[in-house]
Design a protein around this ligand. Structure first.
Ligand SMILES: C[S@@+](CC[C@H](N)C(=O)[O-])C[C@H]1O[C@@H](n2cnc3c(N)ncnc32)[C@H](O)[C@@H]1O
Ligand code: SF4
Length: 390
């Protein structure tokens, strides 16, 4: 592998804040989310601010392009905590004009007055609608009805300049016409951005147990592929283009925060279980915080941060990660940025024979300094990456 110089000059930063609490645990979800009788708002506000200060001190002043409050259910945070963290970030870093600030919200915690309290600080809301079908919502174990989801969406659109929502499809027994109809109804309510996820069975979830017992049978590969193709067609009819495997937006309304992940930008992650990738001196460093909320808060009280893992990534690992992230994007990977960011030439990080074959089969395109997965390739991205990445 040819080594190229690793350029670490002032990569802009995005900030991820993890809020680990939910009102109930959904049976399909393996995110780091926990249910508590009483959410410790004050101590978690203090701990998050402490960890941000600790991280910012070693990062130094950098351009800040976005902040994302994810979860769990960040709409359960005290709006005051959200505002305090945004203020802190503004003091530690140099926010770019029009800084994107996203908050994930759950329709059950969305009520007009509560949501409005976030408006002063947040300019993008991402709402977990999951489905607009009453039976599907019940089956997914959601605590809200379709009517509540629609109402939450209306409030969100009246309150925030930018709104996205999530749906889960490729559910057991879901028909193509059924999904097209559900998606059309959702698109009529949209928002300039939608995240449309195929249901996956995650280890350790209640669904994983039921799946192992044969009580949940997912659509077969052909059906899942047909559902995926229909998803792109329906979204495009409403002017939302697929810019990532599961994300659709009106041009210009893409999530800047998530785009930065997929382009392998720097992100600082604070809060329980948060991951980060930050440039420190000559290294790109992977960080991970303790997953358990109370243990994380204990570490922050003792040390100022809850980091449990911190590794300077070797060039080959950076190359692998950037391929895995970048091929999810319709725009693909810029070869010059790849070399600058990973220290490895793109041609050296992939198997030339697999690339040639994938180009012939219409899965990949490598031209004009960009490597991108074509629609047929995005459908089978995991298998493609397994063969392609050296
Ligand atoms: C961290 S969750 C946050 C949303 C918020 N807590 C809620 O549930 O409304 C992000 C999104 O991931 C998606 N998701 C979670 N588990 C999934 C799974 N097993 N399969 C497909 N999508 C999943 C859901 O659409 C969810 O809205
Ligand atoms: S899907 Fe959302 S509300 Fe449900 S457990 Fe996961 S993070 Fe919490």
């Amino acid at each position: 592998m040819r080594a190229v110089p690793y350029l670490c000059a002032m990569e802009p930063l995005t900030l991820y804040v993890h809020w680990p609490f939910c009102l109930a645990k959904c049976p399909y979800c393996d995110f780091n989310s926990h249910v508590r009788d009483r959410i410790p708002q004050d101590s978690f506000r203090a701990a998050l601010r402490t960890e941000l200060a600790w991280e910012a001190t070693r990062l130094g002043r950098r351009p800040l392009t976005s902040i994302f409050f994810g979860g769990g259910t960040p709409s359960l945070m005290d709006p005051e905590t959200v505002a305090a963290l945004i203020d802190d970030a503004g003091r530690w870093f140099d926010p770019v004009p029009g800084l994107e600030i996203t908050l994930e919200a759950n329709p059950t915690s969305v009520e007009a007055a509560w949501l409005a309290a976030f408006r002063a600080a947040v300019n993008r809301l991402s709402l977990g609608v999951q489905s607009l079908d009453a039976d599907a919502l019940r089956w997914l174990g959601r605590a809200h009805s379709a009517a509540q989801a629609r109402a939450a969406l209306e409030i969100a659109r009246a309150t925030f300049p930018r709104v996205s929502f999530d749906l889960i499809y490729a559910r057991p027994g879901q028909s193509l016409p059924g999904w097209r109809a559900e998606l059309r109804a959702a698109l009529a309510l949209a928002a300039d951005h939608l995240s449309l996820y195929q249901l996956t069975i995650e280890p350790g979830t209640a669904f994983a147990t039921r799946h192992a017992r044969g009580e949940i049978v997912l659509p077969d590969e052909d059906t899942a592929a047909a559902l995926y193709e229909a998803t792109g067609e329906e979204a495009a009819r409403f002017g939302l283009l697929g810019y990532e495997v599961s994300n659709y937006a009106r041009p210009g309304a893409e999530s800047r925060h998530n785009l930065s992940y997929w382009r392998y930008g720097d992100y600082a992650g604070i809060g329980p279980g948060a991951h980060g990738r930050i440039t420190l001196g000559p290294d790109l460093v992977a960080t991970r915080r303790h997953r358990a909320p109370e243990a994380w808060a204990g570490l922050v009280a003792r040390d100022g941060h809850g980091t449990v893992e911190q590794t300077a990534l070797p060039a080959v690992e950076k190359a692998r990660e950037m391929l895995l992230m970048g091929l999810r994007l319709t725009e693909g990977i810029d070869a010059a940025r790849f070399a600058a960011r990973t220290g490895v030439e793109l041609e050296d990080a992939i198997d030339a024979d697999v690339l040639r074959q994938a180009e012939v089969e219409g899965y990949l395109r490598f031209a004009e300094g960009r490597l991108a997965a074509l629609p047929a390739g995005r459908l089978r991205l995991d298998a493609l990456l397994a063969a392609l990445v050296r």
